[in-house]
Design a protein around this ligand. Structure first.
Ligand SMILES: [Zn+2]
Length: 214
């Protein structure tokens, strides 16, 4: 089994590209402290059942409304993924399912090559949503969002959100649309380059139950 690429980018994520996240209001972001211990235990069991390797991380209140409650460090989901830090277990579960059951098959079926790596801009980052009037926290501030930037194929191609969302190649465009719509069925909030220019280079995937897909 391949390992995830371990990186310290957790500490940097969000600060590099922190503009313009304006997902819909998430009551749970400002209210409840996060998943219960019971929910997290059940999620751990789900990850084990589907063969995902992970380490549970300790609960931390990081101040300013930022927290990592019920988070895990993914170690192996079957395909290497860069820049993953603390993720709420539910997000990790949804992300693993999307990567394995949507992105990998779409790469094989539409692009004719196996998926060998997913590149991300990271997960947890203590920061507010940028570009709106309020100081509402980003889903990244509670480790409940991941930003996906590119996909590397066995044939050497690297399909990036920045360069290939509007690719002239109809198959690459189809791949992007298929994995985007699949994400919308799985995640609560999905923001793509169609949402605003702040998302021209990544998909923002958030496990917030908001049914917001752009
Ligand atoms: Zn994001």
């Amino acid at each position: 089994m391949k390992r995830l690429v371990p990186l310290a980018a957790l500490l940097l994520s969000g600060c590099i590209f922190g503009g313009g996240h304006t997902p819909p209001t998430d009551q749970r972001r400002t209210g409840a402290p996060g998943p219960s211990a019971r929910q997290t235990q059940m999620c751990h069991a789900d990850l084990k059942r589907i063969g995902v390797a992970f380490n549970p991380l300790p609960n931390r209140d990081r101040g300013g409304g930022c927290s990592t409650i019920g988070t895990v460090q993914l170690l192996d989901i079957g395909v290497p993924v860069t820049n993953l830090g603390a993720m709420r277990c539910g997000l990790a579960r949804t992300f693993s399912g999307w990567a394995r059951n949507a992105v990998a098959p779409a790469a094989r079926q539409i692009l004719g090559s196996d998926l060998v790596k997913i590149e991300t801009f990271g997960t947890y980052a203590c920061r507010a949503v940028v570009g709106v009037a309020s100081n509402r926290l980003s889903g990244h501030a509670i480790a409940n969002a991941v930003d996906i930037s590119a996909f590397v194929l066995a044939d050497g191609r690297r399909i990036s959100v920045l360069d290939d969302w509007s690719s002239p190649d109809p198959q690459i465009r189809a791949f992007m649309r298929v994995i985007h719509s699949s994400a919308c069925k799985r995640f609560g909030t999905v923001l793509s380059p169609d949402y605003n220019s702040a998302h021209r280079n990544h998909f923002h995937l958030e496990d917030d139950g908001a049914h917001f897909c752009r």
